[in-house]
Design a protein around this ligand. Structure first.
Ligand code: ZN
Ligand code: ZN
Length: 307
């Protein structure tokens, strides 16, 4: 599990920072990539990475501002040309359907894969045996969502050495024991599977938040998360501007991570007014509130280890 930033700028593209998009690489977990936001030229950014568009399974759009959205039709079309054949689902606020369908229809773009569009509201928006995704509304003037990706706990490992000490040979019986079943050996020994399985491996939690002012919903989404991706459009001194434009400062983001009891914070959506030294200052501000903070740059990747 790894986060790969494709665009980390605010509002308009800059040479150093493209507009918003971040990929959650779930290659080991499900052989797939999930994308959060798709600003203009996201597909060009992808060309510089190992991401395969045909592997993109879900695209989550936090809100319908152009710097988070305008790259979507192009990417959807290219995925078709690049032999993407598996279904893809776009999750986004109300309006995402008419945007995508109109762009594809007027440009005569025909997709060779099944495209699902889900207009979301707050709550569980995706759930399968491995992952759950929860959405909540943030505070950005227009509907803007944050996403909490929860990896479900994995069953504990089979304690093979203990079984072998009892003389239980590997075979189909191991599968039954791993499932916690009670089995009887040929010699009449009763094995309670629950005693031969280690503790479950805790799943990871990643919160990716759209543009927002400091808000309670962000803290709830980030609760105990392994990683929180939060916008920091402004420096701490620009609290007034941040509030007026429905954005956050560095210390707003850090305060969210701190109150949520998160493990790690990554700042993104950085205004082009902060470059070089000024950008370093942003991290320092956030670290004064939440020490384990990093500043995303385009193409930065952060692996998210288990436990
Ligand atoms: Zn934005
Ligand atoms: Zn916005």
């Amino acid at each position: 599990m790894e986060l790969l930033f494709l665009g980390t700028g605010a509002g308009v593209p800059a040479k150093e920072r493209n507009v918003s998009s971040v990929a959650l690489q779930l290659l080991d977990e499900r052989g797939a990539t999930w994308l959060f936001d798709c600003g203009e030229a996201t597909q060009h950014q992808i060309l510089h990475t190992a991401i395969r568009p045909r592997r993109i399974e879900h695209i989550f759009i936090t809100h319908l501002h152009g710097d988070h959205l305008f790259g979507l039709p192009g990417l959807l079309g290219s995925r078709s040309f690049q032999s993407g054949e598996t279904p893809l689902t776009v999750f986004g606020p109300k309006g995402i359907r008419v945007f995508v369908e109109t762009a594809l229809a007027v440009s005569g773009t025909r997709l060779r894969y099944e495209l699902n569009i889900a207009e979301i509201e707050e709550g569980v928006i995706f759930d399968d045996e491995r992952f759950q995704v929860i959405a909540k509304r943030l505070d950005h003037g227009m509907p803007s969502y944050g996403f909490r990706v929860v990896e479900k706990d994995l069953p504990g490992p089979l304690l093979v050495e203990r079984l072998q000490a009892l003389g239980v040979r590997p075979g189909p019986i191991y599968q039954e024991i791993k499932q916690g079943k009670t089995v009887v050996l040929d010699d009449g020994t009763v094995i309670d599977g629950r005693e031969f399985v280690g503790p479950p491996q805790k799943g990871r939690i990643v919160a990716v938040l759209g543009d927002t002012r400091f808000c309670e919903a962000a803290i709830e989404l980030a609760r105990d998360a392994d990683v929180v991706v939060h916008e920091a459009t402004f420096a701490a001194a620009e609290q007034r501007l941040a509030h007026d434009y429905f954005h956050s400062t560095t210390t707003d983001a850090a305060e969210v991570a701190r109150r949520a009891g998160a493990k790690r914070l990554i700042l993104t959506h950085i205004s082009s007014r902060y470059q070089g030294e000024a950008a370093l200052q942003l991290v320092a501000e956030a670290r004064s509130v939440f020490p384990n903070t990093e500043l995303a740059v385009d193409f930065a990747s952060f692996s998210i280890p288990r436990g």
